[in-house]
Design a protein around this ligand. Structure first.
Ligand code: SF4
Length: 394
């Protein structure tokens, strides 16, 4: 019976069909409730599959803004709370945010924003490995997202902005239309800042920047503009984890919540499935330690909403490809035991995954449970075990 949970009609399946329906009905922007949504069927990167299915199926985003539930969310701190000040405000006041943005921008002249270190001149329109069109910002969608981790979602949703292109280009990517093909719209810094302010205005709890690495200069510039116009939400840096320490230094005091993946333990695997990124494990381990140094352990406020800290995501993959148990061991040995770790169950073969037989299926119940058990045995106490509330009691 429990095994059916892995094979049943999932929320992603639901979203895929819903998106097709919306498209056919020519109503995508109305139903999805945002000004610009080239939203793929599977943008929900982190899905709390079972319980959240109900949330999504009952959700009518356009109506959410008006309905009773949304009004209740505003009362329950969907708006920035008076006792919270995001990290970037101080840097904005002193002018350092603008300075850092300019310094990061200049790095694009010989782009070294990520570990690929292509060295291309993006300021003159060149594209590197990530395929970002020079210094042009392309955004796919922005909207309240109710499929992220619960402390980010609350009642108002996580204010998610989907940035196009990617420096890893995993063969199993769920959002490949956005990350590989760059499907989105050219966006100015001012428009980017307005998106952030819009998400704040409609009651989101944070600004969640998905795949931000190659756009870090644009993010700091837009944040400086938005802060000047009243943005007060925490910034969530929703990254693959493959970050250079030199670039993370620019984000110190800017980012409130780091949300990195820790995808692989073994460099052979990252090289195979993520376009030759053999140093992914080594680079990511260092990056996660630095993120923890900057923001500390993630602890929600009294109302359950996260405002600051490190939240690690680990996607369990079939046949032990991700090295999940080793990943848990490293976290237990190198970070506090109450580090937030989301053990993600929803691996689904997408894009080119069927070219690799070992990752061409979903995971089994046994594969997932063994990782959870390992994490528990290691003494990790702050596990996000998606859809498996009963495992919390084991
Ligand atoms: S951000 Fe893009 S262009 Fe810059 S180093 Fe990374 S992959 Fe290359």
């Amino acid at each position: 019976m429990d095994d059916l949970l892995f094979r049943a009609f999932t929320r992603r399946d639901f979203l895929a069909n819903a998106a097709k329906f919306c498209f056919l009905a020519a109503l995508p922007s109305t139903l999805l409730g945002c000004a610009r949504t080239e939203q793929p069927s599977d943008v929900m990167e982190s899905e709390n599959e079972i319980e959240d299915e109900n949330d999504v199926e009952n959700k009518e985003p356009e109506d959410d803004i008006e309905n009773e539930d949304h009004q209740e969310s505003e009362e329950n701190s969907a708006q920035p709370r008076s006792d919270f000040e995001p990290a970037y405000l101080e840097l904005h006041r002193t002018g350092q945010l603008k300075e850092r943005a300019e310094e990061l921008w200049a790095i694009m002249e010989k782009c070294q924003l990520c570990p690929r270190r292509c060295g291309v001149n993006r300021l003159k329109g060149a594209s590197g490995f990530c395929r970002t069109p020079g210094a042009t910002l392309v955004i796919s969608a922005y909207q309240p997202h109710f499929g992220e981790e619960r402390p980010l979602v609350g009642r108002g949703g996580s204010g998610t902005i989907f940035l196009t292109h990617c420096n890893l280009r995993c063969v199993f990517c769920q959002n490949w239309e956005i990350s590989h093909l760059g499907r989105g719209s050219e966006t100015s810094i001012e428009e980017f800042a307005e998106m952030m302010l819009y998400l704040q205005e409609i009651g989101c709890h944070n600004i969640n920047l998905v795949t931000p690495t190659h756009y870090s200069p644009h993010i700091l510039k837009a944040l400086d503009v938005a802060a000047g116009k009243g943005l007060r939400l925490p910034i969530v840096y929703n990254t693959s984890g493959w970050e250079r320490l030199e670039i993370l230094a620019f984000l110190d005091g800017v980012v409130d919540i780091y949300l990195p993946d820790f995808k692989y333990w073994d460099g052979t695997m990252s090289a195979k499935y993520s376009a030759g990124a053999e140093n992914y494990p080594e680079v990511t381990r260092k990056a996660i330690l630095e993120m923890h140094r900057q923001v500390g352990v993630a602890k929600p406020a009294e109302d359950g909403i996260m405002q600051r800290g490190l939240m690690i995501r680990h996607l369990v993959m079939p046949n032990g490809v991700a090295g999940s148990e080793k990943v848990m061991e490293w976290i237990a040995e190198n970070l506090p035991k109450d580090t937030y770790v989301n053990i993600m169950v929803q691996y689904t073969p997408m894009h080119k995954a069927y070219d690799y037989p070992e990752i061409s299926r979903r995971i089994t119940q046994e594969e997932y449970l063994s990782v959870v058990q390992k994490a528990k045995d290691l003494g990790l106490t702050n596990l996000d075990i998606q859809g498996f509330w009963w495992l919390q009691r084991l």
